[in-house]
Write a new protein. Structure first.
Length: 273
């Protein structure tokens, strides 16, 4: 089998297996939405995993890094994350797999009440996240970078309520955030694409219809933040609710109840804490 045939065959297998990869917001990572923040810039790093996986780091552990910028009542943040073990393997051997999955996300908050000297804070927020997969990269290499390829996206919209508990030289911020999440595939091709490898035509059946279904689900998160000297902050969160998973046989997005826990730290001046 030639190198082109190997790539083409692997591509088709990856495309057919793509249907099982429905994730976003970095699957297994809570949505951190503390509504208490101040003007500034911060960078952060977090690790998390599903609650059923316990506390030991393993194959289900995910990691993300990001930054947030705040100006007055408006705060925006951006993150990128992936599976923690796969990230270490990629860094070590520089090899990628079709099932590799990276998620980019962004969120914006607008504080409508509180902040400053007030111990209560209330904000509304909205955002989006999208997956980039190894299958997509392989598809672009063989078919062309401009060819449409389905991307799974989530769009959360909700409110966040925070309570500041003064502790002398420090303070503890407790927050909760219910939200609706709109989930669907975007950027689907008009027709199912085909690839000819060694005179054989392979068709990625179902890609053209993946964008037809939109799911709306309720999720909620609670968390705590502990600012340290206004420069560093330690944070933790728990996230629970329904999440879509695409059935690899029927292609239908099905709902499942999943919960995540996560911990992290940020450093900077002002910003989200």
């Amino acid at each position: 089998m030639t190198g082109k045939m190997r790539v083409g065959t692997a591509l088709v297998v990856g495309l057919l297996g793509f249907a099982a990869q429905a994730s976003a917001q970095v699957r297994g990572m809570p949505l951190f939405t503390n509504p208490r923040y101040a003007t500034g810039l911060r960078v952060h790093a977090d690790v998390a995993q599903p609650t059923e996986a316990g506390t030991a780091l393993g194959d289900l552990t995910v990691a993300q890094v990001g930054a947030s910028f705040v100006l007055g009542p408006i705060g925006v943040g951006a993150n990128v994350g992936t599976n923690f073990n796969r990230l270490r393997e990629i860094a070590a051997d520089r090899t990628y797999k079709l099932e590799d999955n990276f998620t980019a996300s962004a969120i914006a908050q607008f504080r409508v009440a509180g902040g400053g000297r007030s111990n209560l804070s209330l904000s509304i927020f909205g955002g989006g996240s999208m997956d980039i997969t190894g299958s997509e990269i392989a598809y672009a290499t063989v078919v062309g970078a401009s060819a449409p390829y389905p991307k799974f996206a989530n769009f959360p919209v909700g409110v966040a309520l925070g309570l500041r508990v003064p502790l002398g030289l420090a303070s503890l911020n407790i927050w909760g955030a219910p939200r609706y999440v709109f989930s669907q595939y975007v950027n689907c091709p008009a027709t199912d694409p085909s690839v000819v490898v060694g005179g054989v035509t392979y068709t990625a059946t179902g890609l053209s219809t993946m964008c037809d279904q939109v799911e709306r689900n309720f999720r909620w998160a609670v968390g705590v933040d502990l600012p340290i000297l206004r420069i560093m902050s330690i944070r933790a969160a728990y996230d629970s609710g329904k999440e879509p998973l695409r059935d690899p046989v029927t292609g239908i997005l099905q709902m499942q109840n999943v919960s995540f826990w996560g911990i992290g730290a940020s450093i900077g001046i002002g910003g989200m804490r």
